[in-house]
Design a protein around this ligand. Structure first.
Ligand code: DON
Length: 584
C-alpha cells in the first residue's frame, strides 16, 4: 500500500508549492517578524537571542514586549498579552471566559498545562436546556446567563503571576488597564461581529452600557473605551483572585446573572480553581510534541492523526493521495473525539489506548489507499462544524521559557452579556457541552455521556496550544477555529516538518475533515481542480474554496542558527509577530 502511493521522489508537492506561492501573493503579504540574528552558533545555542511573541493584535504583542523590557519573563508577558487580548478582542476572548496555557519553565525544564477552562454551575442540568417539546433550547445554550460557565481566565492570570512570573501582577496587567481606559481603535472584524450578534447583545443593560456608550454600535476607526473593565482589571491587579471572584466584582457578576434569570451560586464563583495538568506528549518523525490533554480533545486527536500518518512518507504523495490519507486520518480521530472525550476529573477515558501507536496502526489498516471510507461506516454518532473565533498567542523568551495559550469566550462576543458595572463580557462556553445527547450545538458539534454537563465539570474543548521540538528547533503554536483548531495545529506540524518558516506555516492553505459532516473542507488555494476531481473519484465529498478559517500564531527558535522568528495568520490583518532582541 505504501509503495503504490509513492510518487517519483524529488518533486515538490503542488500543495506545498501552492502554500509557498500563496505566501508570496500580495493579498497574503504581511511583514514577517524580523529574525533576531546572532552569529551562527555551533553547536546549538543554549538560550534564544531575545523574545518572540505572536498574537492576534499588535497591541497585545506590544504589551507583552513592554513587560519584557521591564524585566518580565515569558509568563509575565503572557499575562500582559492575555489581558490585552481580553480588552481589544472582546469578540474572541476575555476575563469573562477561559483558556488553556501550555508552559515550559526553562529553569526546571518542566512543561505544565494550566487548565483555566470554565466550569458548569450546578443549575445547568441537561433538563435546564430543553424547551417544552424536549428539544434543545438554542437561545438558552448560546445567549445570556445560562450559556455562561464560571470564568477561568482571571484565576489563570493570578496563578501565572504567583507561580511563574518575576513581576507583580499589577505591573503585567498595566498595559491592559491603560488600553481599557484610554481605548483602542475598532477594527472591521469587531464591527462586523457586533453586527451579527447585535440583537442578542443589546438585550442586556450591561452590554449596552459598554458597546452603545456613545449611542451607536462600535464602528471601525472609532476609539472604544472600557472604563468599567479597566476598574475590574485594577481590582484583579490589587487584590488578586479575590478582586474578581469575591468582593465587589464577584457580587456584581452574581447579581447580573440573577437579574437576567440565571443561577450561579456564590460558592461556585468564589470556589473556581485552575488545574495544573500533565501535558500530552507524542512523537512524530523526529519531533517531540507537547500538547493539550483533556478537557481538550486536541492532543488526543492530533496523536491519532499524526501516528496514523506515520505509515506514509506523506511529503512524497501526490496532492490527491496526500489529501485523501490526511482526511481519512482526521475522520477517524474526530469520530473518537465525539464518543470518548470529556473532563478527566469526571469521566474515565481510554486515553492510553487512543494515543497508542498500536491503536493508530489498527486505524491505519482500515484506510483504503484509493477510496474514501463513508463516515457512516465508522461506528458511533456524528459530529460536525464549529465556527472560528477565540484567540491564540505564542511566546518564547531569552531564557528559553515558552508559553502557548489559547483563550476564548466561545462564539462571537460569547454570551453577549456584560455584567453591569464590571465591563466583563460573559462567555457562552456551556454550548461546548453535549447539552442534549446527540443534538448538534450552534455549530453542529455533538457529543454524548462523556461530555454531558455536571456541576463543576469542564466542557470538552478543541483548543490545542502546543510546543514542537526537534534537534534544532523549538516552536510554540496554536490557533482558534472551534473543531478546526486541531487540524490547523496538525497541519502546522506537517508544514514545520516539511521545512516551512513560521510565517509560511501561518499562511498555508488549510484542509479539514471531522468525520461528520462527511466532507473535506478546503480553503481557496488548498486543492487544485485536478486534485478535487481525483478525491471525488475516490468517493470524497469536497467543499473546495470555503471561506478561510483560523488565526494561527506561532514563534520559533532555530537553535542551530540561533534566530527567533514568528508567524502571524495573514487572514487576520491586525495580528502581529515581533521579536525583541536581547543583544544590542
Ligand atoms: O473550546 C473550544 O473548543 C471552543 N469553545 C473554541 C471556540 C472557538 O474556537 C471559536 N469558534 N467557534
Amino acid at each position: 500500500m505504501r509503495k503504490a502511493l509513492r510518487p517519483r521522489a524529488g518533486l515538490m508537492s503542488p500543495w506545498l508549492l501552492a502554500s509557498l506561492l500563496l505566501i508570496a501573493a500580495p493579498a497574503y503579504c504581511k511583514t514577517p517578524a524580523a529574525p533576531a540574528r546572532a552569529p551562527a552558533a555551533q553547536p546549538a545555542a543554549a538560550h534564544p537571542p531575545g523574545t518572540a511573541i505572536a498574537s492576534a493584535h499588535s497591541l497585545s504583542t506590544q504589551a507583552g514586549l513592554e513587560i519584557v523590557r521591564q524585566g518580565g519573563n515569558a509568563f509575565d508577558a503572557a499575562i500582559a498579552v492575555s489581558s490585552t487580548l481580553s480588552v481589544v478582542e472582546p469578540i474572541s476572548s476575555g476575563i469573562g471566559g477561559g483558556g488553556f496555557f501550555l508552559l515550559h519553565d526553562a529553569k526546571t525544564g518542566r512543561d505544565v498545562f494550566l487548565d483555566a477552562r470554565e466550569t458548569a454551575p450546578a443549575a445547568a442540568t441537561p433538563a435546564a436546556y430543553l424547551d417544552a417539546k424536549g428539544e434543545l433550547n438554542r437561545d438558552r445554550a448560546t445567549n445570556g446567563p445560562w450559556s455562561a460557565g464560571i470564568p477561568g481566565l482571571p484565576a489563570a492570570l493570578v496563578h501565572l503571576a504567583q507561580k511563574y512570573g518575576k513581576l507583580p501582577l499589577k505591573t503585567s496587567l498595566a498595559p491592559a488597564i491603560r488600553i481599557a481606559r484610554e481605548g483602542f481603535e475598532v477594527y472591521p472584524r469587531l464591527e462586523k461581529g457586533y453586527g451579527s450578534r447585535r440583537e442578542v447583545m443589546e438585550r442586556y443593560r450591561g452590554t449596552r452600557e459598554v458597546f452603545l456608550a456613545d449611542g451607536s454600535p462600535p464602528k471601525a476607526g472609532e476609539i472604544l473605551k472600557q472604563p468599567d473593565l479597566a476598574r475590574t482589571l485594577e481590582l484583579l491587579a490589587a487584590k488578586g483572585y479575590d478582586g474578581f471572584y469575591r468582593g465587589d466584582v464577584g457580587a456584581k457578576l452574581l447579581a447580573a446573572v440573577k437579574e437576567e434569570g440565571g443561577q450561579w451560586k456564590p460558592e461556585e464563583l468564589s470556589g473556581y480553581k485552575v488545574v495544573e495538568r500533565e501535558p500530552l506528549r507524542l512523537k512524530y518523525r523526529g519531533w517531540d510534541i507537547v500538547t493539550a490533554p483533556p478537557p481538550s480533545s486536541g492532543g488526543v486527536a492530533m496523536a491519532e492523526i499524526l501516528q496514523i500518518l506515520e505509515g506514509w512518507d506523506i511529503s512524497k504523495l501526490d496532492p490527491a493521495h496526500r489529501t485523501h490519507i490526511i482526511a481519512e486520518a482526521m475522520r477517524r480521530a474526530y469520530r473518537d473525539r465525539t464518543i470518548y472525550l470529556g473532563d478527566p476529573d469526571f469521566v474515565k477515558m481510554p486515553l492510553a489506548r487512543l494515543t497508542s501507536r498500536d491503536y493508530a496502526a489498527g486505524l491505519r489498516a482500515t484506510i483504503h489507499p484509493e477510496k474514501a471510507t463513508p463516515s457512516d461506516l465508522l461506528s458511533g454518532q456524528p459530529a460536525p462544524l464549529e465556527d472560528d473565533e477565540t484567540t491564540h498567542f505564542s511566546i518564547i523568551d531569552a531564557q528559553g521559557n515558552r508559553v502557548s495559550a489559547t483563550q476564548t469566550v466561545n462564539l462571537l462576543y460569547g454570551s453577549g452579556m456584560v455584567a453591569p458595572g464590571t465591563g466583563v463580557l460573559l462567555n457562552n462556553e456551556m454550548d461546548d457541552f453535549a447539552l442534549r445527547p446527540g443534538t448538534p450545538n450552534a455549530f453542529g458539534v455533538m457529543g454524548f455521556a462523556a461530555n454531558a454537563p455536571e456541576p463543576g465539570k469542564r466542557m470538552l474543548s478543541s483548543m490545542t496550544p502546543s510546543f514542537l521540538e526537534s534537534k534544532d528547533k523549538v516552536i510554540a503554536v496554536g490557533a482558534p477555529g472551534g473543531s478546526r483548531i486541531i487540524t490547523q495545529v496538525m497541519l502546522a506540524v506537517l508544514a514545520y516538518d516539511a521545512g516551512l518558516a513560521p510565517q509560511q506555516v501561518a499562511a498555508q492553505p488549510r484542509i479539514h475533515h471531522q468525520w461528520m459532516p462527511d466532507a473535506i473542507s478546503a480553503e481557496a488555494g488548498a486543492l487544485d481542480a485536478d486534485t478535487v476531481a481525483k478525491l471525488q473519484a475516490m468517493g470524497h465529498k469536497v467543499n473546495a474554496g470555503e471561506s478561510t478559517w483560523g488565526n494561527l500564531q506561532t514563534v520559533m527558535w532555530d537553535k542551530a542558527a540561533n534566530t527567533l522568528s514568528g508567524g502571524t495568520d495573514p487572514r487576520n490583518p491586525v495580528g502581529q509577530a515581533d521579536v525583541l532582541s536581547s543583544r544590542p
